[in-house]
Design a protein around this ligand. Structure first.
Ligand SMILES: Nc1nc2c(ncn2[C@@H]2O[C@H](COP(=O)(O)OP(=O)(O)OP(=O)(O)O)[C@@H](O)[C@H]2O)c(=O)[nH]1
Ligand SMILES: [Mg+2]
Length: 397
C-alpha cells in the first residue's frame, strides 16, 4: 500500500478515537475533587495514648466520621504470620539451627533449652519434649520435617479442643457467649497497661460493624483519665463502623467513684434500654492486691442482681510480652474471677508468642481474641491452625 495512504488512514483512526473519548467520557471524571477546607482536620492517631498527659479540655479529641479509619480499610494490615515472625525465629528458627549439631543427644539437649526459653511453662515443655524424645527415632531427629510434624501434632492436641469451634470464625460476635435474653455482658479485667481499654475499643468497633447496639461502661474509676480514654475509643469505634444499624454509647458517670455502682447502673441501663451488649472496663490491678481483687468480685456480684447470669463473659486481657508472667496472672485471676476467655494483646512484634500454648495448656481457657497492633482494626479472632503454622514457619500467608 502507498505510504501516504497508510498515514492518512492512521490519522483518520486517531481522530475518530479522540472524538469518541471526549464524547463518551463520564462527566464526573473530568471534575477535580472539591475540597471543603472547613472539613479538613488532622487525623487522630490511635497510637501511644497517654491520657495522663492530657488536660481536661483536650482529653476527648473529636474524630469525624469522614476521616476515621474504617474497619474494612485496615483489616488486611497485620497478619498473624507477620506478627509472629519473631516468635517463629526464636522458636522454630532455633530448632532448625540445632540440627546442625549433628549429634542426636546434643540436638535433644538444644531443643530442651529452646523449649524452656519459649514461654511455654514447664508442664507444656515436658509434653513437647516427651513427643520429641519418644516419638522420633534417631534418624527422625536429623530431619527437620519430622521434628516439625511431631511438634505440630502435639501443639494441635493442646490447642484444638478449646479452639475448634472458633476455627472458622472471624468476628468478635461469633466468639462471645450470648445472653439468652437481655444484653450480653462482657467484663474486661487484667493488670495495668495490658491493653484492656484499647481492646474494648476494638471489640466495640467490630460489634457495631456487626449491627449491634453497644453500651461501654467506664468501670475504671481509679485513674482520673481512664473515662476520657474510653470515650475516645468509643468515638473511634462508632466512627470506624460503616453499619448504620450498629451504635455505640458510653456510660461514664464522672462523679461515681465506686466501680460496682458503675457496673450496676450500666447493666440496668443496658437492660432497660435494650442494648445488645454491655462491656465493662475495669481498672488495672495486680492479683497480689487482695483488696482490689475483692473489689472485682463485688463488681461481678452486683451485676447478677440485675441479670443473674451476668457477666456472661469474663475476659482477662494479657500482654504477650509478659510471657510466663501472663500465665501466672491468668492463673491467679482465674482463681477469683472464673474467667471464660483470654484476650492476648501485643502479639505483634513479640518473640514471646509461645505463651499461647502454655496458657491454654495450663489454664484450659480459650484465647478468644488477639491484639496485633494499636489501631482499631488490629484485633482478630484467634485461629489455632494459623497460629501453629506461623510459629512453625509453615504459613502460606
Ligand atoms: N502493639 C500493640 N499495642 C497495644 C495493643 N493493645 C494495646 N496496646 C497498647 O498498650 C498500651 C496500653 O493500653 P491500654 O488499653 O491503655 O491498657 P489498659 O489495660 O486499659 O491500661 P490501664 O487502664 O492503665 O490498666 C497502649 O499504648 C496501647 O496502644 C496491641 O495489640 N498491640
Ligand atoms: Mg484502661
Amino acid at each position: 500500500m502507498d505510504q501516504s495512504l497508510i498515514l492518512t488512514l492512521m490519522a483518520g483512526v486517531l481522530a475518530v478515537a479522540g472524538t469518541l473519548f471526549f464524547v463518551l467520557k463520564p462527566k464526573n471524571q473530568v471534575k477535580a475533587p472539591v475540597i471543603d477546607k472547613t472539613q479538613v482536620q488532622v487525623d487522630v492517631e490511635p497510637v501511644h495514648f497517654h491520657p495522663e498527659s492530657l488536660t481536661e479540655s483536650t482529653k476527648v479529641p473529636i474524630v469525624k466520621k469522614h476521616d476515621s479509619p474504617k474497619l474494612s480499610d485496615i483489616e488486611e494490615e497485620v497478619t498473624l504470620t507477620k506478627a509472629l515472625l519473631k516468635t517463629e525465629e526464636s522458636f522454630f528458627g532455633r530448632i532448625k539451627k540445632a540440627l546442625s549439631l549433628g549429634d542426636t543427644a546434643k540436638i535433644i539437649d538444644e531443643i530442651e533449652e529452646i523449649l524452656y526459653t519459649s514461654d511455654l511453662g514447664p508442664k507444656t515443655v515436658e509434653k513437647l519434649l516427651g513427643t520429641v524424645r519418644d516419638k522420633l527415632s534417631k534418624s527422625d531427629l536429623l530431619d527437620i520435617n519430622k521434628i516439625k510434624a511431631a511438634l505440630k501434632a502435639e501443639i494441635t492436641e493442646i490447642l484444638e479442643p478449646l479452639h475448634k469451634a472458633q476455627a472458622t470464625q472471624t468476628k468478635v460476635l461469633d466468639v462471645v457467649k450470648i445472653a439468652e435474653s437481655g444484653p450480653t455482658v462482657i467484663m474486661i479485667l487484667g493488670v495495668n497497661g495490658a491493653g484492656k481499654t484499647t481492646s474494648i475499643g476494638k471489640i466495640t468497633a467490630q460489634l457495631a460493624q456487626s449491627g449491634q447496639k453497644v453500651l461501654v461502661a467506664a468501670g475504671d474509676t481509679f485513674r482520673a483519665a481512664a473515662g476520657g480514654q474510653l470515650k475516645v475509643w468509643t468515638e473511634r469505634a462508632q466512627s470506624a463502623s460503616t453499619n448504620t444499624a450498629g451504635s455505640v454509647e458510653i456510660f461514664w458517670p464522672e462523679q461515681t467513684t465506686d466501680p460496682a455502682a458503675v457496673a450496676f447502673d450500666a447493666v440496668s441501663k443496658g437492660k432497660a434500654q435494650n442494648f445488645d451488649y454491655v462491656i465493662l472496663d475495669t481498672a488495672g490491678r495486680l492479683h497480689t492486691q487482695s483488696h482490689l481483687m475483692e473489689e472485682l468480685k463485688k463488681v461481678k456480684r452486683v451485676m447478677t442482681k440485675v441479670i443473674p447470669e451476668a457477666p456472661h463473659n469474663t475476659w482477662i486481657v494479657l500482654d504477650a510480652n509478659s510471657g510466663q508472667n501472663a500465665l501466672n496472672q491468668a492463673i491467679e485471676f482465674n482463681k477469683i474471677m472464673d474467667l471464660s476467655g483470654v484476650i492476648l494483646t501485643k502479639l505483634d512484634g513479640t518473640a514471646k508468642g509461645g505463651v499461647v500454648i502454655g496458657l491454654v495448656d495450663n489454664l484450659g481457657i480459650p484465647v478468644k481474641l488477639i491484639g496485633l497492633g494499636e489501631k482499631i482494626g488490629d484485633l482478630k479472632v484467634f485461629n489455632y491452625a494459623d497460629y501453629i503454622n506461623s510459629i512453625l514457619g509453615d504459613s502460606k500467608k
